[in-house]
Design a protein around this ligand. Structure first.
Ligand code: K1U
Ligand code: ZN
Length: 179
């Protein structure tokens, strides 16, 4: 049985860390991939970057299929080409409850390592291209809210901070001891 990982929520400063490249794709990395897939499917989401589960490595998992039967992982992804522009409503497991329009490249080329450590290239458009750009942003400490106006971003931050305060009540005051 595998356990899921805790997903950090905006504005947690750890989401601003820049992820480091994976040096060797070994069993530890494959275990991380498995735990990330489990966490993403359970959320549910269509993507997850390691930085969102406080692992500052350049690892991304994705599955944009409706049946959750087309897993794709990208290790050390590099965007090497882009074309056009598209606007799409995006969500983020680290920004729960908010979906906002973001402008991104319409099609991209990405190079990455697979779970065996082999290099491959992928050309993507539409939702897959959006999802890859969103996840690669995460690896550079960037969130989709950074593509919005500062007013919208502040509103989202305040709402999520309030939610977090209400979920985790402050510890009760220490009991008074009888003398
Ligand atoms: O990176 C993440 O936090 C995952 C994020 C990916 C993403 C979604 C939409 C546009 C760009 C990137 C999500 O998966 S948010 C949840 C979501 O979109 C979804 C959840 C269940 C079914 C279908 C979509
Ligand atoms: Zn996200």
């Amino acid at each position: 049985m595998m356990s899921t990982l805790e997903i950090l929520t905006f504005p947690d400063p750890r989401l601003r860390n820049r992820a480091k490249p994976v040096a060797v794709v070994d069993n530890r990395v494959r275990d991380t991939l498995d735990a990330m897939f489990e966490t993403m499917y359970q959320a549910p989401g269509i993507g997850l970057a390691a930085i969102q589960v406080d692992i500052p490595l350049r690892i991304v998992v994705m599955d944009i299929s409706e049946r959750q039967d087309s897993p794709l992982c990208l290790i050390n992804p590099e965007l090497f080409a882009h074309r056009g522009q598209q606007e799409m409503k995006e969500g983020c497991l680290s920004v729960p409850g908010f979906f906002e329009e973001v402008s991104r490249a319409e099609a991209i080329g990405v190079r990455a390592l697979n779970r065996d450590g082999a290099s491959f290239e992928l050309e993507a458009e539409g939702l897959l291209a959006v999802c890859i750009q969103h996840e690669v942003d995460h690896l550079d400490g960037k969130l989709f809210v950074d593509h919005l106006s500062s007013l919208k971003r502040q509103r989202i931050r305040k709402k999520l901070e309030k939610d977090q305060r209400q979920q985790r009540p402050r510890p009760a005051a220490p009991e008074r001891r009888a003398i």
